[in-house]
Design a protein. Structure first.
Length: 533
């Protein structure tokens, strides 16, 4: 028997859970399906050693008072373990599980024009028809594992950080290889270096990891801070918010003296987290000369921490390998000191690439490494992978995967023409990775709730993006990329980490501008969309 719903949501991360909570409040018959075994999206999956969020408290949580009132974090930057505890707390407070089906993967969906409803098929055989279909699959839900020859022959264990077993994987006394030096790679290296017999880090490009400045938080300290949480969250969700107290200065790097520039950089560094990335000068991602000043400050902070000058040249080169901040900086605590240990070795994959896996380990063009465990910290088919792995068909029967084979085109990252009544939250061409996750969940979520209420009040049964609005937004994102240094790096922001994937900016970097776009479209009667009764 096919279920009938007003709204079906796919994905139980911040976005999906917030939308479930709000739509239920407004009286919609809504159900959420989640492929994983628990709530939290990537934080249910991220169980690798050292997994930790890179947004500081209280940025990375809901602004829902009944949730934060009785919740306390043990650290400024919470661990994956604490985030899973947090999502259990959210569920206990809001009672979300009653309308969630776990271990249920959506395999396909088609739109029935005569009924103006989506028909959804799942891997459990469950069939659901719904008026509105909301995809909250996130930008990091499809892990990428490079196609290395011989991987099937490897006699040890290997895991991608996003598919880490729930049971503990021992690190102590083992020979461990880590491929990749993004956020998860940095975190695994920091943990494994302390206990591994041997740790080999395979690096393609150096990460510009910045100071986390982690510290413990007391209940008393948070009780005092909560007196201002209402104001903090209101600011976070309003332009130019999205990172609470992390805001760029309204001056350029050369509008001040060298001494003042150094002072501003040092203050941001001391604050920790993303302050040094997004909390200094307004031209860091637009002007190469200004960008170089940030890189040089970072370089001169890092190199003295590395004993071997040759290793320092690979980890923190004298000249930038790409403009600072155009690849997402990771946050670190003692990452660079790890390479001073005798048991830690760095392999430069630019000069000595991996050629194959063997039964014993990994062979590069220059050496062989016997390994017991290999960790793939190789990232994701970001932004689009979670969507295109579902067989989504437009009104002409063409799959979304085929539609986007030559590049993504969307309206505000929320909607795609010929996919009526389908909304994407936290999707490609919206701020995604440049927006604080809970902020995007709440801002996007409120916009969608208002939209669905508008359609219910006006007895409208169909909404679709116009092709013209979709093209205009896609062109706008491309123009922003062209005027930014972001296009100069081969990053996952630019889809450059996946072989064969069209190179384009899929994360809109101006969150405040994006929020104003949303507000203007709504004020103008949802300009760029067409409705039908």
């Amino acid at each position: 028997m096919t279920e009938q719903r007003d709204v079906v949501i796919v994905g139980a991360g911040f976005s999906g859970l917030y939308l479930l909570y709000r739509l239920r409040q407004e009286g919609f018959d809504v159900h959420l399906v989640e492929a994983g075994s628990g709530l939290g999206g990537v934080w249910n999956a991220n169980r690798y050693p050292g997994a930790r969020v890179d947004s500081h408290v209280p940025n990375y949580e809901y602004s829902i008072e009944e949730v934060w009132r009785d919740w306390n974090w043990p650290e400024r930057f919470p661990s994956g373990v604490d985030l899973r505890r947090y999502f259990r707390h959210v569920d206990e407070v809001l009672g979300l599980s009653a309308d969630i089906s776990l271990d249920t993967r959506v395999e396909a969906a088609t739109f029935d024009e005569s009924q103006r409803r989506w028909h959804i098929s799942t891997d459990t055989g469950r069939q659901i028809d719904t008026r509105f279909f909301v995809l909250c699959t996130g930008f990091a839900s499809k892990p990428y594992v490079p196609d290395f020859p011989g991987l099937a022959e490897f006699g040890g264990e290997w895991y991608h950080t996003a598919r880490w077993p729930e049971d503990e994987v021992p690190l102590a006394g083992r020979r461990i290889g880590v491929i990749g030096t993004g956020a998860s790679g940095v975190q695994v290296v920091q943990e494994a270096s302390k206990v591994a017999r041997e740790l080999v880090v395979f690096q393609r490009s150096p990460v510009t990891a910045i100071a986390m400045q982690q510290r413990q938080l007391s209940v008393e300290e948070q009780a005092e801070a909560k007196k201002t949480y209402r104001e903090v969250f209101a600011h976070r969700n309003t332009p130019p918010g999205s990172m609470t107290d992390v805001l760029r200065l309204d001056i350029g790097a050369f509008d001040v003296t060298p001494e003042e520039r150094e002072r501003i950089y040092q203050a941001a560094w001391d604050k920790g987290g993303f302050h040094f990335w997004v909390g200094t000068f307004n031209d860091i991602l637009a002007d190469e000369a200004a960008n170089l000043t940030a890189y040089e400050f970072w370089r001169d902070k890092v190199r003295p921490r590395i004993d071997d000058p040759a290793v320092a040249d690979f980890l923190a080169p004298m000249s930038p390998p790409y403009p600072f901040g155009t690849k997402r900086p990771s946050l670190e605590q003692d990452y660079y000191e790890a390479f001073n240990q005798d048991n830690v070795h760095l392999v430069d994959l630019r000069s000595t690439p991996i050629e194959r896996f063997t039964n014993a380990g990994i062979e590069t063009s220059a050496a062989s490494f016997d390994l017991d465990l290999v960790v793939f910290a190789t990232g994701f088919d970001a932004n689009t992978g979670g969507l295109t792995q579902i067989d989504l068909r437009d009104t002409d029967g063409v799959s979304l995967s085929d539609r986007w084979a030559g590049g993504v085109s969307s309206n505000l990252g929320l909607s795609v023409s010929k996919f009526p009544n389908m909304i994407i939250m936290y999707g490609p061409q919206s701020p995604t990775a440049f927006c604080n996750g809970p902020t995007c969940a709440e801002v996007h979520g409120e916009w969608i709730v208002d939209l669905f209420e508008h359609m219910r009040d006006e007895h409208l049964t169909r909404i679709e993006s116009t092709p013209e609005a979709e093209q205009q937004w896609t062109d706008h994102v491309a123009s922003v990329a062209a005027s930014s240094l972001l296009s100069k790096a081969d990053s996952w922001y630019m889809s450059a980490n996946i072989p064969g994937k069209p190179r384009q900016l899929l994360n809109f970097p101006a969150t405040d501008s994006y929020l104003r776009h949303l507000a203007r479209r709504q004020a103008n009667g949802y300009e760029g969309f067409v409705f039908a009764s």
